[in-house]
Ligand binder design. Structure first.
Ligand code: PLP
Length: 431
């Protein structure tokens, strides 16, 4: 069995929708998902033997590209020493040390296995610390799939055009206030009305799950000011941006603005392709977690030695040169995309924050500033663009609401293949 159609058909008979994460089913862009069997550097191969230049990078973790020699070596060494001990291991402190030394204000780290666990635990910690219930989130921001955070979430929820999710109770949803992104007045009003009940505001450092949206100037600082004034915590979700946008993640880009969240969440890059994520922050807040504090959290595979080895090797090799390379490749790519779409007369905006970007269609005038703008675009144009690129051997995110990811392994040859595919894809988007 080698065709993607055959593999998808078998998968659909065995797993809901044939997938273990909804966006992989190509529901938004249509067609048959490619079943990948191998990856190396900037390349992917599907089961039928077709080769693709990868601009998804496993949705972010593969900062250094696939099969980076130092990461693979570290993983092999870890595997040879045993897969899981269910005890503390030295590698946990090594990875935690990289995180605390790179991100100013972070003093302590709790390792978990997924970004969903990290944000879910951050919320529980904020409630335990403040003794309050309400959480504020922004429409279009995705923080994983825990119940209270699914209201008006981006990512797969945006792709499927679901208002939230069945199975989330009214009681859970009623403890999450959802506000429009980039709307400081709405946030101020929410604090004026509910200020003494709000435990935390959670925000993506820069939203990347309704496509990429730049935080308006001062928006994150306003969140910090209002949370401080009202005794609430600020949770900065850097699961996607952490250690991707700079050596200290998104926070590294804005350190001179003089604000810091109480809790960060990380994932993706810190696992280097293995399941690892974390919440982190000031010791005084983090020490509210068990066993020191009253907020319970645990995990059979938390701090797994193989995942810690992959993450530590990834961060050890995520040097300033890596970020320079990714920034310059990403900037060139954005330029080439704009040229191709302009030449084909396609109304679009390139949405970017540092090296992370996405392309929105039919939005040139003001770009996308919030979830309403994101949903108001000509999604069908991306679908045509996506399939043309796929056909030509470039693997883009299978939804217009996701960010594109470049790695340090994207060399000239890989970039040239992407550039060569753009004119035809732009024509397809114009039709
Ligand atoms: N937070 C953000 C900003 C994300 O982008 C994601 C996943 O894409 C998550 C949380 C959830 O992470 P995970 O898929 O590892 O549960």
């Amino acid at each position: 069995m080698t065709t993607n159609t055959e593999l998808f058909s078998r998968a659909q008979s065995l797993m809901p929708g044939g997938v273990n994460s909804p966006v992989r089913a190509f529901g938004s862009v249509g067609g048959t998902p490619a079943f990948m069997v191998k990856a190396d550097g900037p390349l992917l191969w599907d089961a039928a033997g077709k080769e693709y230049v990868d601009l998804v990078c496993s949705w972010g973790p593969m900062l250094l590209g696939h099969q980076h020699p130092a990461v693979i070596k570290a993983v092999h060494e870890a595997v040879d020493a045993g897969l899981s001990f269910g005890t503390s291991t030295p590698k946990e402190s090594e990875l935690a040390g990289y995180i605390t030394s790179r991100v100013p204000t972070v003093e302590k780290v709790r390792m978990v296995s997924t970004g969903t666990e990290a944000t879910m635990t951050a919320i529980r910690l904020a409630r335990g610390y403040t003794g309050r219930n309400l959480i504020v989130k922004f429409a279009g921001c995705y923080h994983g799939h825990s119940d209270g955070l699914l209201a008006a979430a981006g990512s797969g929820v945006a792709t499927l055009a679901l208002p939230g999710s069945a199975g989330v109770t009214e009681a859970q949803a009623s403890e999450t206030l959802v506000l429009p992104y980039n709307d400081a007045a709405a946030l101020e009003e929410a604090f004026n009305t509910h200020g003494d009940k709000i435990a935390a505001v959670i925000t993506e450092s820069a939203p990347c799950n309704m496509g990429v949206v730049e935080p308006a100037e001062g928006f994150n600082a306003t969140i910090r000011r209002l949370t401080t004034e009202h005794g609430a915590l600020m949770i900065l979700d850097e699961v996607l941006t952490g250690f991707r946008l700079s050596e200290a993640g998104y926070f590294g880009l804005v350190q001179d603005e003089n604000w810091a969240p109480d809790i960060f969440t990380f994932g993706k890059v810190i696992g280097g392709g293995m399941p690892a994520a974390a919440l982190a922050g000031r010791a005084e807040v983090m020490d509210f977690l068990a066993p020191l504090g009253p907020v319970y959290q645990a995990g059979t595979l938390s701090g797994n030695p193989v995942a810690m080895a992959a993450g530590a090797a990834t961060l050890a090799n995520a040097t300033a040169e890596v970020y320079e390379h990714i920034n310059s490749r990403s900037a060139q790519l954005q330029e080439q995309i704009a040229q191709a779409l302009n030449a084909a007369g396609v109304n679009h905006s390139i949405q970017s924050v540092g090296s992370l970007f996405s392309v929105a269609f039919g939005t040139a005038e003001n770009g996308v500033r919030n979830y309403a703008d994101a949903q108001n675009q000509e999604v069908f144009r991306y679908n045509a663009f996506f399939h043309s690129m796929l056909e030509q051997g470039v693997y883009l995110p299978p939804s217009v609401f996701e960010a594109w990811f470049v790695s340090s392994s994207h060399d000239d040859a890989a970039m040239d293949r992407i550039y060569a595919a753009l004119p035809a894809a732009a024509q397809a988007a114009a039709a």
